[in-house]
Design a protein around this ligand. Structure first.
Ligand code: AMP
Ligand code: ZN
Length: 507
Protein backbone atom coordinates (compact mmCIF):
# COMPACT_ATOMS: atom_id res chain seq x y z
CA UNK A 1 0.00 0.00 0.00
CA UNK A 2 1.25 3.46 -0.74
CA UNK A 3 0.01 6.73 0.61
CA UNK A 4 -0.42 8.09 -2.89
CA UNK A 5 -3.39 5.84 -3.53
CA UNK A 6 -6.67 7.48 -2.58
CA UNK A 7 -7.63 4.43 -0.66
CA UNK A 8 -4.17 4.35 0.95
CA UNK A 9 -4.94 6.53 3.97
CA UNK A 10 -4.10 4.55 7.11
CA UNK A 11 -6.56 2.06 8.49
CA UNK A 12 -6.80 2.11 12.26
CA UNK A 13 -9.03 -0.36 14.02
CA UNK A 14 -9.96 -0.85 17.66
CA UNK A 15 -8.50 -4.05 19.04
CA UNK A 16 -10.58 -5.40 21.92
CA UNK A 17 -7.59 -7.43 23.10
CA UNK A 18 -5.47 -4.35 23.82
CA UNK A 19 -8.42 -1.94 24.11
CA UNK A 20 -6.50 0.36 21.76
CA UNK A 21 -6.73 1.69 18.24
CA UNK A 22 -4.11 -0.05 16.14
CA UNK A 23 -2.92 0.39 12.60
CA UNK A 24 -3.96 -2.56 10.44
CA UNK A 25 -0.87 -4.50 9.35
CA UNK A 26 -1.74 -7.63 7.39
CA UNK A 27 -0.10 -10.91 8.30
CA UNK A 28 0.18 -11.83 4.62
CA UNK A 29 1.28 -8.99 2.34
CA UNK A 30 -1.67 -7.43 0.52
CA UNK A 31 -4.21 -9.79 2.07
CA UNK A 32 -6.82 -9.56 4.78
CA UNK A 33 -8.21 -12.70 6.38
CA UNK A 34 -11.29 -12.21 8.50
CA UNK A 35 -13.41 -14.62 10.54
CA UNK A 36 -16.87 -13.68 11.76
CA UNK A 37 -18.85 -15.68 14.30
CA UNK A 38 -22.05 -16.48 12.50
CA UNK A 39 -25.59 -17.23 13.59
CA UNK A 40 -26.87 -20.16 15.56
CA UNK A 41 -29.55 -21.37 13.20
CA UNK A 42 -32.17 -22.49 15.73
CA UNK A 43 -34.43 -19.51 15.08
CA UNK A 44 -34.71 -16.40 12.90
CA UNK A 45 -32.00 -13.82 13.50
CA UNK A 46 -33.26 -10.65 15.16
CA UNK A 47 -32.20 -7.27 13.83
CA UNK A 48 -29.60 -6.97 16.62
CA UNK A 49 -27.90 -10.10 15.28
CA UNK A 50 -27.98 -8.58 11.81
CA UNK A 51 -26.16 -5.49 13.12
CA UNK A 52 -23.18 -7.80 13.75
CA UNK A 53 -23.16 -8.84 10.08
CA UNK A 54 -23.66 -5.32 8.72
CA UNK A 55 -20.61 -4.38 10.79
CA UNK A 56 -18.53 -7.35 9.55
CA UNK A 57 -19.62 -6.61 5.99
CA UNK A 58 -18.64 -2.95 6.32
CA UNK A 59 -15.25 -4.03 7.64
CA UNK A 60 -14.82 -6.35 4.65
CA UNK A 61 -15.85 -3.62 2.22
CA UNK A 62 -13.37 -1.20 3.79
CA UNK A 63 -10.56 -3.75 3.51
CA UNK A 64 -11.43 -4.24 -0.17
CA UNK A 65 -11.54 -0.47 -0.67
CA UNK A 66 -8.09 -0.27 0.91
CA UNK A 67 -6.95 -2.72 -1.76
CA UNK A 68 -6.49 -5.80 0.40
CA UNK A 69 -7.44 -9.15 -1.09
CA UNK A 70 -10.14 -10.20 1.31
CA UNK A 71 -10.88 -13.73 2.47
CA UNK A 72 -13.88 -13.60 4.73
CA UNK A 73 -15.32 -16.60 6.55
CA UNK A 74 -18.66 -16.58 8.34
CA UNK A 75 -19.68 -19.73 10.11
CA UNK A 76 -23.10 -21.26 10.56
CA UNK A 77 -23.52 -22.79 14.01
CA UNK A 78 -25.76 -25.81 13.67
CA UNK A 79 -24.48 -27.69 16.68
CA UNK A 80 -23.09 -27.06 20.13
CA UNK A 81 -24.48 -23.66 21.18
CA UNK A 82 -26.21 -24.12 24.51
CA UNK A 83 -29.11 -22.18 25.96
CA UNK A 84 -26.81 -20.61 28.52
CA UNK A 85 -23.11 -20.17 28.97
CA UNK A 86 -22.83 -22.82 31.62
CA UNK A 87 -22.11 -26.18 30.07
CA UNK A 88 -25.16 -27.60 31.79
CA UNK A 89 -27.67 -25.92 29.42
CA UNK A 90 -29.53 -27.57 26.56
CA UNK A 91 -28.34 -27.46 22.94
CA UNK A 92 -30.35 -24.66 21.29
CA UNK A 93 -30.76 -26.68 18.10
CA UNK A 94 -31.91 -29.86 19.86
CA UNK A 95 -34.37 -27.86 21.96
CA UNK A 96 -35.96 -26.09 18.98
CA UNK A 97 -36.16 -29.31 16.95
CA UNK A 98 -37.96 -31.00 19.86
CA UNK A 99 -40.35 -28.04 20.28
CA UNK A 100 -41.18 -27.99 16.60
CA UNK A 101 -41.21 -31.80 16.32
CA UNK A 102 -38.88 -31.55 13.35
CA UNK A 103 -35.58 -33.01 12.35
CA UNK A 104 -32.70 -30.86 13.53
CA UNK A 105 -31.36 -30.81 9.98
CA UNK A 106 -34.64 -29.33 8.72
CA UNK A 107 -34.54 -26.71 11.47
CA UNK A 108 -30.98 -25.80 10.51
CA UNK A 109 -31.81 -25.64 6.80
CA UNK A 110 -34.87 -23.47 7.32
CA UNK A 111 -33.17 -20.90 9.56
CA UNK A 112 -29.98 -20.82 7.50
CA UNK A 113 -32.08 -19.91 4.46
CA UNK A 114 -33.91 -17.26 6.50
CA UNK A 115 -30.58 -15.79 7.63
CA UNK A 116 -29.27 -15.74 4.07
CA UNK A 117 -32.41 -13.93 2.95
CA UNK A 118 -31.66 -11.20 5.50
CA UNK A 119 -28.03 -11.11 4.41
CA UNK A 120 -29.13 -10.50 0.84
CA UNK A 121 -31.76 -7.92 1.75
CA UNK A 122 -29.19 -5.94 3.72
CA UNK A 123 -26.74 -6.03 0.80
CA UNK A 124 -24.18 -7.93 2.84
CA UNK A 125 -21.61 -9.35 0.46
CA UNK A 126 -21.15 -13.09 0.18
CA UNK A 127 -18.09 -14.20 2.15
CA UNK A 128 -15.53 -16.50 0.56
CA UNK A 129 -16.82 -19.33 2.78
CA UNK A 130 -19.92 -20.04 4.77
CA UNK A 131 -18.50 -22.71 7.03
CA UNK A 132 -21.07 -25.02 8.56
CA UNK A 133 -20.06 -26.46 11.94
CA UNK A 134 -21.34 -29.99 11.33
CA UNK A 135 -19.13 -30.25 8.22
CA UNK A 136 -16.06 -30.05 10.48
CA UNK A 137 -16.73 -32.70 13.13
CA UNK A 138 -13.70 -34.92 12.25
CA UNK A 139 -11.43 -31.86 12.35
CA UNK A 140 -12.91 -30.86 15.71
CA UNK A 141 -12.20 -34.33 17.12
CA UNK A 142 -8.63 -34.19 15.78
CA UNK A 143 -8.12 -30.73 17.29
CA UNK A 144 -9.45 -31.88 20.66
CA UNK A 145 -7.23 -34.98 20.55
CA UNK A 146 -4.15 -32.83 19.95
CA UNK A 147 -4.74 -30.63 22.98
CA UNK A 148 -6.40 -33.17 25.29
CA UNK A 149 -3.34 -34.46 27.12
CA UNK A 150 -1.82 -31.11 28.02
CA UNK A 151 -4.90 -28.96 28.38
CA UNK A 152 -8.01 -31.02 29.08
CA UNK A 153 -9.51 -33.41 31.60
CA UNK A 154 -12.38 -35.80 31.35
CA UNK A 155 -15.50 -35.88 33.52
CA UNK A 156 -18.60 -38.05 33.21
CA UNK A 157 -20.29 -35.24 31.30
CA UNK A 158 -17.51 -34.58 28.80
CA UNK A 159 -14.02 -33.38 28.02
CA UNK A 160 -13.20 -30.03 29.63
CA UNK A 161 -10.59 -27.42 28.86
CA UNK A 162 -8.50 -26.50 31.89
CA UNK A 163 -8.22 -22.72 31.62
CA UNK A 164 -5.26 -22.62 34.02
CA UNK A 165 -3.07 -24.34 31.41
CA UNK A 166 -2.78 -21.25 29.18
CA UNK A 167 -1.28 -17.87 29.92
CA UNK A 168 -3.52 -14.82 30.45
CA UNK A 169 -6.81 -16.69 30.27
CA UNK A 170 -9.69 -14.24 30.00
CA UNK A 171 -7.61 -11.20 29.12
CA UNK A 172 -9.95 -10.29 26.27
CA UNK A 173 -12.81 -10.05 28.76
CA UNK A 174 -10.62 -8.35 31.37
CA UNK A 175 -11.87 -11.10 33.68
CA UNK A 176 -10.12 -12.12 36.88
CA UNK A 177 -7.66 -14.66 35.65
CA UNK A 178 -7.08 -16.86 38.71
CA UNK A 179 -10.35 -18.64 39.24
CA UNK A 180 -12.71 -16.80 36.96
CA UNK A 181 -15.14 -17.11 39.87
CA UNK A 182 -18.68 -16.10 39.20
CA UNK A 183 -18.18 -16.00 35.46
CA UNK A 184 -19.80 -19.31 34.73
CA UNK A 185 -21.70 -21.73 36.89
CA UNK A 186 -19.76 -24.74 37.88
CA UNK A 187 -20.48 -28.14 36.41
CA UNK A 188 -19.90 -30.80 39.04
CA UNK A 189 -16.22 -31.72 39.11
CA UNK A 190 -14.86 -28.83 37.04
CA UNK A 191 -11.46 -27.71 38.25
CA UNK A 192 -12.15 -24.02 37.70
CA UNK A 193 -15.45 -22.22 37.19
CA UNK A 194 -14.30 -20.89 33.82
CA UNK A 195 -13.31 -24.30 32.41
CA UNK A 196 -15.48 -25.21 29.46
CA UNK A 197 -16.60 -28.25 27.54
CA UNK A 198 -14.69 -29.23 24.41
CA UNK A 199 -16.79 -32.36 23.98
CA UNK A 200 -20.17 -33.02 25.59
CA UNK A 201 -20.95 -36.68 26.11
CA UNK A 202 -24.50 -37.84 25.51
CA UNK A 203 -25.78 -38.85 28.98
CA UNK A 204 -26.31 -42.60 29.35
CA UNK A 205 -29.76 -43.72 28.22
CA UNK A 206 -30.28 -40.56 26.14
CA UNK A 207 -30.12 -40.10 22.40
CA UNK A 208 -29.43 -36.80 20.70
CA UNK A 209 -30.40 -36.09 17.10
CA UNK A 210 -26.87 -34.88 16.49
CA UNK A 211 -24.16 -37.00 17.99
CA UNK A 212 -20.92 -38.53 16.86
CA UNK A 213 -18.42 -41.10 18.12
CA UNK A 214 -15.25 -39.75 19.69
CA UNK A 215 -12.44 -41.00 21.92
CA UNK A 216 -14.51 -39.61 24.84
CA UNK A 217 -17.67 -41.41 23.89
CA UNK A 218 -20.67 -40.51 21.79
CA UNK A 219 -21.58 -36.86 21.95
CA UNK A 220 -21.28 -33.45 20.38
CA UNK A 221 -18.61 -30.75 20.28
CA UNK A 222 -18.60 -27.71 22.54
CA UNK A 223 -19.55 -24.49 20.81
CA UNK A 224 -16.22 -22.69 21.23
CA UNK A 225 -14.33 -25.51 19.56
CA UNK A 226 -15.96 -25.02 16.17
CA UNK A 227 -14.74 -21.47 15.65
CA UNK A 228 -11.14 -22.30 16.54
CA UNK A 229 -11.24 -25.27 14.20
CA UNK A 230 -12.89 -23.60 11.22
CA UNK A 231 -10.85 -20.41 11.41
CA UNK A 232 -7.67 -22.47 11.58
CA UNK A 233 -8.75 -24.73 8.70
CA UNK A 234 -9.88 -21.96 6.39
CA UNK A 235 -7.64 -19.02 7.27
CA UNK A 236 -4.67 -20.51 9.11
CA UNK A 237 -3.54 -19.32 12.56
CA UNK A 238 -2.81 -16.54 13.13
CA UNK A 239 -5.10 -14.64 10.79
CA UNK A 240 -5.86 -10.94 10.70
CA UNK A 241 -9.21 -10.09 12.24
CA UNK A 242 -11.84 -11.94 14.25
CA UNK A 243 -15.25 -10.29 14.69
CA UNK A 244 -18.40 -10.81 16.69
CA UNK A 245 -20.90 -9.02 18.90
CA UNK A 246 -19.68 -7.59 22.19
CA UNK A 247 -21.21 -10.44 24.20
CA UNK A 248 -18.66 -12.75 22.58
CA UNK A 249 -15.86 -10.71 24.13
CA UNK A 250 -16.80 -12.12 27.52
CA UNK A 251 -16.81 -15.91 27.14
CA UNK A 252 -16.92 -17.32 23.62
CA UNK A 253 -13.85 -15.49 22.32
CA UNK A 254 -11.69 -15.87 25.45
CA UNK A 255 -12.39 -19.60 25.14
CA UNK A 256 -11.54 -19.63 21.45
CA UNK A 257 -8.31 -17.81 22.30
CA UNK A 258 -7.43 -20.37 24.97
CA UNK A 259 -7.92 -23.20 22.46
CA UNK A 260 -5.85 -21.36 19.86
CA UNK A 261 -3.03 -20.90 22.37
CA UNK A 262 -3.22 -24.60 23.18
CA UNK A 263 -3.10 -25.83 19.58
CA UNK A 264 -0.31 -23.49 18.52
CA UNK A 265 1.69 -23.88 21.75
CA UNK A 266 1.86 -20.08 21.98
CA UNK A 267 2.43 -18.27 25.24
CA UNK A 268 1.49 -14.90 26.64
CA UNK A 269 -1.13 -12.73 25.05
CA UNK A 270 1.29 -9.79 25.17
CA UNK A 271 1.91 -10.92 21.63
CA UNK A 272 -1.57 -10.51 20.15
CA UNK A 273 -0.93 -13.07 17.43
CA UNK A 274 -0.72 -15.78 20.07
CA UNK A 275 -4.46 -15.36 20.46
CA UNK A 276 -5.00 -16.71 16.95
CA UNK A 277 -5.91 -13.37 15.38
CA UNK A 278 -4.04 -10.11 15.28
CA UNK A 279 -7.15 -8.06 15.98
CA UNK A 280 -10.35 -8.92 17.81
CA UNK A 281 -13.19 -6.59 16.92
CA UNK A 282 -16.64 -6.38 18.48
CA UNK A 283 -19.76 -4.50 17.59
CA UNK A 284 -21.84 -3.03 20.36
CA UNK A 285 -25.48 -4.00 20.80
CA UNK A 286 -28.62 -2.79 19.17
CA UNK A 287 -30.98 -2.20 22.05
CA UNK A 288 -34.70 -2.09 22.04
CA UNK A 289 -36.69 -0.83 24.98
CA UNK A 290 -39.88 -2.61 23.98
CA UNK A 291 -38.28 -5.98 24.70
CA UNK A 292 -39.22 -7.29 21.25
CA UNK A 293 -35.74 -8.48 20.48
CA UNK A 294 -36.23 -11.50 22.67
CA UNK A 295 -36.76 -14.51 20.45
CA UNK A 296 -38.98 -16.02 23.10
CA UNK A 297 -41.49 -13.15 22.82
CA UNK A 298 -44.21 -13.77 20.19
CA UNK A 299 -43.63 -11.03 17.59
CA UNK A 300 -39.93 -10.30 17.70
CA UNK A 301 -37.87 -7.79 15.83
CA UNK A 302 -36.66 -9.59 12.79
CA UNK A 303 -35.98 -7.97 9.46
CA UNK A 304 -39.16 -9.40 7.97
CA UNK A 305 -41.22 -7.52 10.55
CA UNK A 306 -39.66 -4.25 9.39
CA UNK A 307 -40.44 -5.20 5.80
CA UNK A 308 -44.02 -6.16 6.69
CA UNK A 309 -44.49 -2.75 8.26
CA UNK A 310 -43.45 -1.24 4.96
CA UNK A 311 -39.77 -0.42 5.49
CA UNK A 312 -37.14 -1.19 2.92
CA UNK A 313 -34.42 -3.32 4.56
CA UNK A 314 -31.71 -0.89 3.50
CA UNK A 315 -33.29 1.69 5.80
CA UNK A 316 -32.12 -0.62 8.57
CA UNK A 317 -28.63 -0.71 7.06
CA UNK A 318 -28.69 3.10 7.04
CA UNK A 319 -29.72 3.08 10.69
CA UNK A 320 -26.72 0.89 11.51
CA UNK A 321 -24.31 3.05 9.51
CA UNK A 322 -25.51 6.21 11.23
CA UNK A 323 -24.01 4.96 14.48
CA UNK A 324 -20.42 3.97 15.12
CA UNK A 325 -20.22 0.20 15.44
CA UNK A 326 -18.75 0.48 18.94
CA UNK A 327 -21.66 2.57 20.24
CA UNK A 328 -24.89 1.16 21.49
CA UNK A 329 -27.65 1.86 19.02
CA UNK A 330 -31.21 2.25 20.15
CA UNK A 331 -33.86 0.86 17.88
CA UNK A 332 -37.19 2.62 17.56
CA UNK A 333 -39.64 2.91 14.70
CA UNK A 334 -39.03 6.67 14.72
CA UNK A 335 -35.27 6.17 14.32
CA UNK A 336 -35.89 3.73 11.52
CA UNK A 337 -38.25 6.18 9.80
CA UNK A 338 -35.61 8.92 10.09
CA UNK A 339 -33.00 6.62 8.52
CA UNK A 340 -35.41 5.84 5.71
CA UNK A 341 -35.99 9.55 5.11
CA UNK A 342 -32.27 10.13 4.87
CA UNK A 343 -31.88 7.36 2.33
CA UNK A 344 -34.88 8.65 0.38
CA UNK A 345 -33.39 12.15 0.25
CA UNK A 346 -30.17 10.80 -1.19
CA UNK A 347 -32.01 8.84 -3.85
CA UNK A 348 -34.25 11.79 -4.65
CA UNK A 349 -31.27 14.03 -5.38
CA UNK A 350 -29.71 11.29 -7.51
CA UNK A 351 -32.87 10.84 -9.55
CA UNK A 352 -33.48 14.55 -9.98
CA UNK A 353 -29.88 14.99 -11.12
CA UNK A 354 -30.10 12.10 -13.54
CA UNK A 355 -33.31 13.39 -15.02
CA UNK A 356 -31.82 16.89 -15.46
CA UNK A 357 -28.78 15.34 -17.08
CA UNK A 358 -31.09 13.53 -19.43
CA UNK A 359 -32.91 16.76 -20.33
CA UNK A 360 -29.64 18.57 -20.96
CA UNK A 361 -27.91 15.96 -23.05
CA UNK A 362 -30.91 14.36 -24.68
CA UNK A 363 -29.09 11.06 -24.23
CA UNK A 364 -30.65 8.22 -22.28
CA UNK A 365 -29.10 8.38 -18.84
CA UNK A 366 -28.01 5.05 -17.52
CA UNK A 367 -28.02 4.16 -13.88
CA UNK A 368 -24.45 5.13 -13.06
CA UNK A 369 -23.78 1.76 -11.45
CA UNK A 370 -23.79 0.34 -14.97
CA UNK A 371 -20.72 2.29 -15.83
CA UNK A 372 -18.70 1.35 -12.78
CA UNK A 373 -15.76 1.82 -12.60
CA UNK A 374 -16.20 5.14 -14.31
CA UNK A 375 -12.97 5.92 -16.16
CA UNK A 376 -11.53 9.33 -15.41
CA UNK A 377 -8.88 11.43 -17.11
CA UNK A 378 -5.74 12.50 -15.21
CA UNK A 379 -7.09 15.84 -14.02
CA UNK A 380 -10.38 14.34 -12.92
CA UNK A 381 -8.48 11.64 -11.10
CA UNK A 382 -6.53 14.21 -9.12
CA UNK A 383 -9.70 16.10 -8.07
CA UNK A 384 -11.52 12.95 -7.17
CA UNK A 385 -8.44 11.56 -5.43
CA UNK A 386 -8.42 14.47 -3.02
CA UNK A 387 -12.02 13.89 -1.93
CA UNK A 388 -11.56 10.14 -1.78
CA UNK A 389 -8.58 10.57 0.44
CA UNK A 390 -10.66 12.53 2.97
CA UNK A 391 -13.30 9.82 2.81
CA UNK A 392 -10.63 7.15 3.18
CA UNK A 393 -9.28 8.88 6.28
CA UNK A 394 -12.74 9.02 7.82
CA UNK A 395 -13.57 5.38 7.13
CA UNK A 396 -10.03 4.37 8.08
CA UNK A 397 -10.60 5.92 11.48
CA UNK A 398 -12.02 2.73 12.99
CA UNK A 399 -14.79 2.55 10.37
CA UNK A 400 -16.34 5.89 11.19
CA UNK A 401 -19.43 5.44 9.03
CA UNK A 402 -21.39 8.30 10.67
CA UNK A 403 -18.63 10.65 9.54
CA UNK A 404 -18.70 9.22 6.01
CA UNK A 405 -22.40 9.59 5.23
CA UNK A 406 -22.22 13.42 5.01
CA UNK A 407 -19.58 13.04 2.27
CA UNK A 408 -22.24 11.47 0.09
CA UNK A 409 -24.71 14.22 0.92
CA UNK A 410 -22.20 16.97 0.18
CA UNK A 411 -21.14 15.46 -3.13
CA UNK A 412 -24.74 15.06 -4.18
CA UNK A 413 -25.63 18.66 -3.40
CA UNK A 414 -22.38 20.35 -4.52
CA UNK A 415 -23.16 22.38 -7.68
CA UNK A 416 -19.48 22.75 -8.56
CA UNK A 417 -18.78 19.06 -9.18
CA UNK A 418 -19.52 17.86 -12.70
CA UNK A 419 -21.61 14.74 -13.02
CA UNK A 420 -18.80 12.57 -14.29
CA UNK A 421 -16.79 13.11 -11.12
CA UNK A 422 -19.91 13.05 -8.97
CA UNK A 423 -21.01 9.59 -10.09
CA UNK A 424 -17.51 8.24 -9.81
CA UNK A 425 -17.28 9.42 -6.20
CA UNK A 426 -20.73 8.23 -5.24
CA UNK A 427 -20.17 4.82 -6.84
CA UNK A 428 -16.84 4.40 -5.05
CA UNK A 429 -18.12 5.48 -1.64
CA UNK A 430 -21.26 3.43 -1.94
CA UNK A 431 -19.16 0.36 -2.66
CA UNK A 432 -17.90 0.87 0.90
CA UNK A 433 -21.22 1.72 2.55
CA UNK A 434 -23.36 -0.76 0.65
CA UNK A 435 -26.56 1.30 0.37
CA UNK A 436 -27.09 0.51 -3.33
CA UNK A 437 -27.51 4.21 -3.99
CA UNK A 438 -27.02 3.84 -7.72
CA UNK A 439 -29.18 0.83 -8.33
CA UNK A 440 -32.09 1.41 -5.97
CA UNK A 441 -35.02 3.26 -7.32
CA UNK A 442 -36.65 5.82 -5.09
CA UNK A 443 -39.94 4.03 -5.59
CA UNK A 444 -38.40 0.96 -3.93
CA UNK A 445 -38.29 2.91 -0.70
CA UNK A 446 -41.96 3.70 -0.48
CA UNK A 447 -43.51 2.64 2.77
CA UNK A 448 -45.60 -0.38 1.87
CA UNK A 449 -47.22 -2.07 4.86
CA UNK A 450 -48.18 -5.63 4.06
CA UNK A 451 -51.75 -5.07 5.24
CA UNK A 452 -52.36 -1.84 3.27
CA UNK A 453 -55.96 -1.25 2.09
CA UNK A 454 -55.02 -0.32 -1.46
CA UNK A 455 -52.62 -1.73 -4.04
CA UNK A 456 -49.85 0.21 -5.72
CA UNK A 457 -51.45 -0.28 -9.14
CA UNK A 458 -54.65 1.31 -7.82
CA UNK A 459 -52.69 4.23 -6.38
CA UNK A 460 -50.80 4.78 -9.63
CA UNK A 461 -54.04 4.65 -11.66
CA UNK A 462 -55.63 7.24 -9.35
CA UNK A 463 -52.57 9.46 -9.61
CA UNK A 464 -52.72 9.29 -13.41
CA UNK A 465 -56.36 10.30 -13.25
CA UNK A 466 -55.43 13.16 -10.95
CA UNK A 467 -52.68 14.32 -13.26
CA UNK A 468 -54.99 14.41 -16.28
CA UNK A 469 -57.53 16.37 -14.23
CA UNK A 470 -54.88 18.89 -13.24
CA UNK A 471 -53.68 19.18 -16.82
CA UNK A 472 -57.22 20.16 -17.75
CA UNK A 473 -57.35 22.57 -14.80
CA UNK A 474 -60.11 20.44 -13.28
CA UNK A 475 -59.02 21.06 -9.71
CA UNK A 476 -62.24 19.80 -8.19
CA UNK A 477 -61.58 16.29 -9.56
CA UNK A 478 -57.91 16.53 -8.68
CA UNK A 479 -58.74 17.39 -5.04
CA UNK A 480 -61.42 14.72 -4.88
CA UNK A 481 -58.91 12.07 -5.99
CA UNK A 482 -56.40 13.26 -3.40
CA UNK A 483 -59.03 13.17 -0.64
CA UNK A 484 -60.21 9.71 -1.66
CA UNK A 485 -56.64 8.47 -1.53
CA UNK A 486 -56.11 10.13 1.86
CA UNK A 487 -59.17 8.27 3.17
CA UNK A 488 -57.38 5.04 2.28
CA UNK A 489 -54.22 6.12 4.12
CA UNK A 490 -52.32 7.33 1.06
CA UNK A 491 -50.71 10.67 1.48
CA UNK A 492 -49.83 12.43 -1.78
CA UNK A 493 -47.07 15.03 -1.65
CA UNK A 494 -47.33 17.73 -4.26
CA UNK A 495 -44.28 19.67 -5.38
CA UNK A 496 -42.16 16.64 -6.22
CA UNK A 497 -40.45 17.32 -9.55
CA UNK A 498 -40.65 13.65 -10.47
CA UNK A 499 -44.29 13.27 -9.37
CA UNK A 500 -43.19 10.39 -7.27
CA UNK A 501 -44.02 11.06 -3.69
CA UNK A 502 -46.78 9.19 -1.96
CA UNK A 503 -46.72 7.32 1.28
CA UNK A 504 -49.10 4.86 2.85
CA UNK A 505 -49.48 5.88 6.47
CA UNK A 506 -48.15 3.45 9.01
CA UNK A 507 -51.23 2.74 11.05
P1 AMP B 1 -26.01 -15.78 17.92
O1 AMP B 1 -26.83 -16.29 16.76
O2 AMP B 1 -26.77 -15.71 19.22
O3 AMP B 1 -24.71 -16.52 18.08
O4 AMP B 1 -25.64 -14.26 17.60
C1 AMP B 1 -25.17 -13.85 16.35
C2 AMP B 1 -24.39 -12.55 16.48
O5 AMP B 1 -25.23 -11.47 16.91
C3 AMP B 1 -23.25 -12.61 17.47
O6 AMP B 1 -22.13 -11.95 16.92
C4 AMP B 1 -23.78 -11.83 18.65
O7 AMP B 1 -22.74 -11.30 19.42
C5 AMP B 1 -24.57 -10.75 17.95
N1 AMP B 1 -25.63 -10.12 18.75
C6 AMP B 1 -26.52 -10.71 19.58
N2 AMP B 1 -27.40 -9.80 20.07
C7 AMP B 1 -27.06 -8.60 19.53
C8 AMP B 1 -27.59 -7.27 19.63
N3 AMP B 1 -28.65 -6.99 20.37
N4 AMP B 1 -26.98 -6.28 18.94
C9 AMP B 1 -25.91 -6.54 18.17
N5 AMP B 1 -25.35 -7.77 18.03
C10 AMP B 1 -25.92 -8.80 18.69
ZN1 ZN C 1 -17.63 -18.19 17.14
Amino acid sequence: MTDTLPSGAPLRLFNSLTRKLEEFRPIHEGEARVYTCGPTVYNYPHIGNMRAYVFADTLGRVLSFKDYRLTHVINITDVGHLTDDADAGEDKMEKMAAEQAQSIWDVARHYTQAYWADVKALNIRQPAHWSVATDYIPQMIEFAKSIAVKHCYELDSGLYFDTSTVADYGRLARAATEEGEGRIEAVEGKRHAADFAIWRKTPPGEKRQMEWDSPWGRGAPGWHLECSVMSRELLGLPFDIHTGGIDHREIHHPNEIAQNQAITGCGSLDCGEHSGARLWMHNNFLIDRSGKMSKSAGEFLRLQLLIDKGFHPLAYRMLCLQAHYRSELEFSWENLAAALTRLKRMLKVIQVRLSKEHQQTGKPVQAPSLFLPIPLDKREEADVGFVLRLFSEAIGDDLNTPKCLPFIEEILSDPTIDNHRRWHLIATMDEVLGLRLLSLNRADLRIRPKDAQITEAEIEAELDRRQSARAQKDFATSDAVRDALAAKGVEVMDGDPLRWEWTISLD
